[in-house]
Design a protein around this ligand. Structure first.
Ligand code: GLA
Length: 361
């Protein structure tokens, strides 16, 4: 572990300010009321791929057949995840984000995939993904519409949970747009969690509940952890260093609230890894990988695995860094100190605490 971290760290040493993180012991369910969602899933942070940051809501398959949201994209990414070493190092979930749906539900009130872009339907896609030894994630929204304006699940939680289970879906990202009250938001997130559970299928439940609560009042993380396997706290990530910094600033400013609640079964989600895209320098990509590992964050890449540099691939597949993220104790690191200047790249380890100086330009 030490050697793995030293290499990237020494590269960013001279770049500027210092962030110091240290691991904190968190025993799952060791704190009163800190028990996680009892579905036995996400005992280590979820690893996989999610289309949103890189492909967004591109539905123009006529002009951009290779980068629109269609079954072709997911079939190709699944093939590569299985054959190019991604699955071997732990990337398991291939996740569809917004914009997969047809604009209307079917005659029985069920969500349906856009028939032109997903002619085989989600069940067939799930079968293919499973045949590759991978798992399939899908996206829906607690309110009346998804953020991009497709049908929302409000009033349909049981039907939608059952539909996803029938299709063989393994993860649900549940967004929080177009919810008309904070009560509906909280109730909706809980009801969907219970509805997923009632299907009897193992479905990882990825929430954005706290993100939508923060503008109104401080979320109850103990409660959120009881219903969700991971939860977004902060704004969407973009392919830029400023966006990564904003996420890190928010995370460290709120670490007293969010760090103690993380642990096996329930994780803070600082959003996707954008490594392998266009906006980050090499050092910035290394820094995102190191910090997401230390933060015990879900490692959901959003990039184009069909066209990725060998350097980005090696970084994302670095087994030693992944081992830190996937540590079974599930401790989330936090910032110990922030300052200007240079910090020696030393690592101090004792039986239960590691201090790792991390440098951010
Ligand atoms: C919200 C979420 C994003 C993405 C989009 C899709 O902004 O936070 O992660 O799912 O919706 O519309």
């Amino acid at each position: 572990m030490m050697t793995a971290m030293m290499k990237p760290l020494s590269r960013v040493l001279w770049l500027g300010c210092v962030l110091v993180f240290c691991f904190q012991v968190l025993v799952p369910c060791g704190l009163p009321g800190a028990c996680g969602l009892d579905n036995g899933l996400a005992m280590t942070p979820t690893m996989g791929w999610l289309h949103w940051e890189r492909f967004m809501c591109n539905v123009n398959c006529q002009e951009e057949p290779d980068s629109c949201i269609s079954e072709k994209l997911f079939l190709q990414i699944a093939e590569i995840m299985a054959s190019d070493g991604w699955k071997d190092v732990g990337y398991e979930y291939i996740c569809i984000d917004d914009c997969w749906m047809a604009p209307e539900r079917d005659s029985k009130g069920r969500l349906q995939a856009d028939p032109k872009r997903f002619p085989g339907g989600i069940r067939r896609l799930a079968n293919y993904v499973h045949s590759k030894g991978l798992k399939l994630g899908i996206y829906a929204d607690v309110g009346n519409k998804t953020c991009a304006g497709f049908p929302g699940s409000f009033g349909y939680y049981d039907i939608d949970a059952q539909t996803f289970a029938d299709w063989g879906v393994d993860l649900l990202k549940f967004d929080g747009c177009y919810c008309d009250s904070i009560q509906h938001l909280a109730e909706g997130y809980k009801q969907m969690s219970l509805a997923l559970n009632r299907t009897g299928r193992s479905i990882v439940y990825s929430c954005e509940w706290p993100l939508y609560m923060w503008p109104i009042f401080k979320p109850n993380y103990t409660e959120i952890r009881e219903y969700c396997n991971h939860w977004r706290n902060f704004a969407d990530i973009y392919d830029s260093w400023q966006s990564i910094r904003n996420t890190l600033d928010w995370t460290s400013s709120n670490q007293k609230i969010i760090v103690p609640v993380a642990g096996p079964g329930g994780w803070n989600d600082p959003d996707m890894l954008v490594i392998g895209n266009f906006g980050l320098s090499r050092d910035q990509q290394i820094t995102q990988m190191a910090l997401w590992a230390i933060m015990a964050a879900p490692l959901l890449m959003s990039n184009d695995l069909r066209h990725i540099s060998p350097e980005a691939k090696a970084l994302l597949q670095d087994k030693d860094v992944i081992a830190i993220n996937q540590d079974r104790l599930g401790r989330q690191g936090y910032r110990l100190r922030k300052g200007e200047g240079i910090c020696l790249p030393s690592i101090h380890a004792s039986s239960n605490q590691h201090m790792i100086p991390l440098l951010v330009p």
